[in-house]
Design a protein. Sequence first.
Length: 219
Amino acid sequence: MSLDRSEAVIELGKRLVTQLKISNQDILCSWMAHYVAELINNVEECPDNQEHIELCSQEILNLWKHRTVLPNETRPFSDLEPILRTLVALDVSEKEYHYYYPALREAATADVDEATKGWIDLAIGLDYSARLLIRYALKSAAVKSASEAEPWIKLAQEAGAIEGAEDPVIRFFLDSEDEENESDKKAALEDKIVRLEGFNALSIELISSLKAELETLQS
């Protein structure tokens, strides 16, 4: 194990010890915190002892691998878990259609008249707009927790730890979605604005129609 990676593993271990100490009522967590802290202390006292380094690194990486079974308050990403489950359920990190995707995919290539094609294109555009809104809502909900999770992700990568299922999802929250150059970024932003304005206009039209229908029923 390289020196840089070994140091990263030790730092990851120190963070895990701090996290485990949060649950001071859990005997197993207290024992694990003490055990890992002792292993780290052995390495720091004898930095050239390869046996200590290997044992310490193995135990820290093994603990990280099984972090999802730790008690709620000690899990590194526990604050993000409800949002992570929502994101996975909604599946908005994919590029495919979000709602009725088999039907939309088939309809997009169907041979239909211009009026029908216009409504199909509108439906596809609304699907994309809904995805934008959901992504915005979830990222807004997760901004604080994702920022706090980022150091864990970076440190785990430097330590060569096994990537967990939540890692790509956390990167989704942290991804700024910036285009590589300014012109591409501008074009992408303009496209999103146009789509959302269309979504908003149709929403207003539908609200007016529903209100008129309600007034008719109440009269």
